[in-house]
Design a protein around this ligand. Sequence first.
Ligand code: COA
Length: 364
Amino acid sequence: MDKEKAVGETAICSVGEGHGLRYRGYSIQELSQSANFEEVAYLLLYGDLPDRAQLYRFQQLFANSVILPQSIKAMLEMLPKTVHPMNILRTVCSLLGTVEPEYAVGAEPELAIRTIGVSITALAYWHHFHLTGKRLIASFKQQLIAEYVLTVLHQTTVDESWVWALNIALILYAEHEFNASTYAARVTVSTESDFYSGIVSAIGTLKGPLHGGANEAAMTLISAFKTPEAAKKGILKRLSNHEKIMGFGHRVYKNGDPRSPIIKSVAHQLTQRLGKTRLFDVAEAIEETMETEKQLKTNLDFYSAIVFHCLGIKTDFFTPIFVFSRITGWSAHIMEQRQHNRLIRPLAKYVGPKNRAFVPMNER
Ligand code: COA
């Protein structure tokens, strides 16, 4: 990508061919291999990796953040059970910003942690209330946020390998420079609007299948095929109909998404462990066909779909998991935008009709 055409500067994340994906200078390969999501969240929100005391304080804040306000619980019980969970999250964040408005300059990291805790817990509350009628009582006893997400959604303890896998996915999804949803958040706060309005704009933008919604669409695609042969045939047919294949292509990475090999390896290990190798073989057949036919490579969303599926997560909860993680990146960008704020107001080239004379109603 031509960095001369960049629309702004950032010190949070570097993307692009050549130098790889880095969060505040740390490579995504190293972070996903060695860090916990909490450390990465801290890095994005506060600028540096935490020491033990800072991490402990972060965990304390997170533990407090999972307690839902009464008004959010009441609203979750009223919202229909059939709507897409992304609409639930968008509404929850909007209500959170109404009942707990932004209270101080510089409070964004704490607001971000609160928003992550509320989002995860609210989605689980809504899900279980409509499934069983039970009102979830949230408490954060687990050490890792990945473990909390899985146990609160499944209402049972989960295997260590599941926590390991989700932890990596959360790290990979946490931040990605000026992608559409992050830019939407920056545009919103560039008007001096509040933190929560920025997050709500971002959630609405992430929802679409060309952005965060691609992981759900990729799962629907992969599940449509029983064998690698059927997958190849089905993809060829879709391509001949000029259909887009979700989970492939990227605006920035034209030679492959650096997150893809990492998540593919996680998907491979999980499918082996769970005896779901057919699913992985089907996905690989789709990948090979896309490479041969279109020279298009997978993006993060493709193999993430398999990972989330293996973790027992319902397909329409895939993009919400992306939200839980990306709130960190969005919040870091909201802070950065505010530090050097100038209203984001692009210009358009006008291509419509010129100089028309007004015609009164009775002459039209
Ligand atoms: N399936 C089929 N064809 C695709 C494709 C896909 N996933 N992605 C791109 N193409 C095709 C385009 O149709 C276009 O073909 P054409 O030149 O014959 O018109 C060509 O590849 C170039 O693509 P382009 O539309 O310029 O790429 P972009 O940078 O504008 O779009 C995406 C990037 C991500 C929006 C696009 O690749 C896409 O829609 N992917 C699927 C959704 C997805 O996975 N989103 C998550 C992104 S992280």
